[in-house]
Design a binder for this molecule. Structure first.
Ligand code: GZL
Length: 345
């Protein structure tokens, strides 16, 4: 493993990419990305007992963006962990604003900075081979977080995230129960080419086709995982399909946009048209408590601790599982009121 110059331990620093200096993550396409260092006023500490001999764990993370409440929760989980463990980790964080070229630029920058580990939530599955090979040649392992990439397994150390096909299957089973296993439904897809969208569609559509012959998916279109586009697409669905009884959205944010569209069309979300979505964010629990949404399949975004613990193992040369699977629950309207106060995101 690379030798690292041991900088003075006069301060503990959290390095967060920020052009505005407000601590918010800056888009990676504003190269050269400046960094804000948060000094710790305390006197120099002895190295933390479990920090390795060559100093702090230095991690570069190329985040997709801020497209959904789920994404924001994941970002907070990562940044909060770095803040709380500033004496052991240094985080270089890039916000790619949902552009793959910005994520690739950020990864190249992390390689130039010679970080110990690179983390990435790939906005889409393809187009990563070359930059992953560059990281491998530099001896820097890659952790895929919350979305997978379509590359040879040898090019990344591990994927930490959910089973999206299973999520889609669970959504289909709950949708079928909610509409009495018959009727016309529509589907709001996530970002085109994203593994979370592709696999949630596969899991849902295949389950419906295999087990519910009286349910018809009459329209399916991307809303790019955003609330605004989810609303826009649902408006068009309602115009061309006035008799639908359900909407399946690949994330809660698009479902919340669809709920707005349903109400503006003079219909009752959660009753005239049932909603099933994925993520488990606070907003969908509020909608379920209000009777306007029916079911969410949880997808845990609080992956910061597991991410850094895995990165620390890789830095020490320890082997890790190729897929560290998140455990997800399902929440329906009847349990939402009791569950909402206990939700962490
Ligand atoms: C899932 C994650 C998805 C969320 C969306 O692991 O990649 O991206 O379901 C987010 O809310 O935009």
């Amino acid at each position: 493993m690379k030798k690292r110059f041991l900088g003075a331990l006069l301060s503990t620093a959290i390095v967060v990419t920020s052009l505005a200096g407000c601590g918010s993550a800056a888009p990676a396409n504003e190269a050269p990305v400046q960094t804000a260092t948060i000094e710790n006023e305390e006197t120099p500490k002895a190295a933390a007992p479990d920090s390795s001999s060559d100093g702090k764990l230095v991690v570069g993370f190329a985040q997709i963006g801020q497209e959904s409440g789920w994404r924001d929760a994941e970002t907070m989980s990562i940044q909060n962990y770095a803040k709380e463990h500033a004496d052991e980790v240094e985080l270089k964080f890039a916000d790619a604003q949902q552009k793959q070229e910005n994520q690739i630029k950020a990864i190249k920058s992390f390689i130039e900075q010679d970080v110990d580990v690179i983390g990435l939530a790939p906005v889409v599955e393809t187009g990563w081979d070359q930059v992953f090979a560059e990281a491998q040649d530099a001896g820097i392992p890659i952790i895929l977080l919350d979305r997978t990439a379509d590359v040879d397994e040898s090019l990344y150390a591990t994927f930490i995230g959910s089973d999206f096909i299973e999520e889609g299957k669970l959504a289909a089973q709950n949708m079928a129960e909610l509409i009495g296993k018959k009727g016309k439904i529509v589907e709001l897809e996530g970002t085109v080419g994203a593994s979370a969208a592709t696999d949630r569609k596969t899991g849902f559509d295949e389950e419906i086709a295999a087990n519910y012959p009286d349910i018809e998916i009459v329209a399916s279109q991307t809303g790019d995982f955003t609330r605004a586009q989810g609303k826009e697409v649902m408006e068009s669905f309602l115009k061309s399909n006035p008799d639908i009884v359900g909407v399946y959205a690949h994330n809660d944010d698009m479902a919340l946009g669809a709920i707005e569209a349903i109400k503006e069309a003079g219909l009752k979300p959660g009753e005239d048209i049932v909603t099933v979505s994925v993520d488990g964010v606070k907003g969908i629990f509020e909608a379920m408590v209000a009777g306007e949404a029916n079911c969410t399949v949880e997808c845990n975004p609080l992956l910061g601790p597991l991410f850094f613990e895995t990165a620390a193992k890789l830095k020490k040369g320890e082997s890790v599982e190729k897929w560290v699977k998140s455990v997800d629950g399902v929440f329906t309207q009847d349990v939402a009121k009791d569950a909402i106060d206990g939700r962490a995101y």
